[in-house]
Design a protein around this ligand. Sequence first.
Ligand code: BEZ
Ligand code: FE
Length: 302
Amino acid sequence: MNERTSPGTSVTAAQQEREAEVTRQVLASFDGCADPRLREIMRSLVHHLHAFVREVRLTEVEWNQGIDFLTRTGRISDERRQEFILLSDVLGASMQTVAVNNEAYGDATEATVFGPFFVENSPEIGQGGDLSFGAAGEPCWVEGSVTDAAGHPVAGARIEVWEADGDGFYDTQYGDDRMAARAHLYSDTEGRYRFWGLTPTPYPIPHDGPVGGLLTAVGRSPMRASHLHFMVSAPTHRTLVTHIFVRGDELLDRDSVFGVKESLVMDFVHQSAGTPTPDARDLGDRSWSRVRFDIVLAPDGP
Ligand code: BEZ
Ligand code: FE
């Protein structure tokens, strides 16, 4: 006789036992793994993966669709495009990993997702320099300080900054080798920094591949809330990877990669054309904006 375990399920106790036995066998297959961390990770992965297959009663057609999706995700990936990272981003796995690895430390600035558009060897600019290098967009004066969690200035911190241009594109999407809308600079002896960037604009994550197809299928938008990326490093401090977001942006509560944190939302104050600039730069008939972002670094270590 088929003994149903609970109303509405078609899985008998005997069937449940058969399924549990598959999981047990696979878990046991890792018993000989010499690396305890790898063993832990593989056992947990299998535990959750099997639970998922059983919970949704995954059909063989659906399993094949999943394999096909992952195959396409691999095929479209290369040195310039990493569709698996994008998949991790839209599933919130990237942000969950950031959360696990960046526990709150006092008032230290919160971290957020790295994204795929960072490039090594960005140009260096001096204090007050301009990172746009010809990229389109409204100029934005960015200034602030870098301090440690006790409030002491951190001099010589390396501040990497990168952003999409005013049309919503990173330089890596231009199709040539230009570097624009990215640079690095160092905090001064009092831990201060200032530079000209571009007022951030919203843009879609790359959505012409399998991940974009997934977003369409589930009725989600690829748009990211407007932001400016920072990576700040200094000896004896935890490297901070973060962005700042624009207060008032309507995408703040539906960022496609779940990167927004309230503490990272800043006031980008609009300045009409002709308003004197902090460094007396003449912007002619262009409007501009300004923002202050004070960065607090956590100490290095666990
Ligand atoms: C970005 O902000 O650059 C980004 C982050 C995650 C996915 C795609 C883009
Ligand atoms: Fe970005």
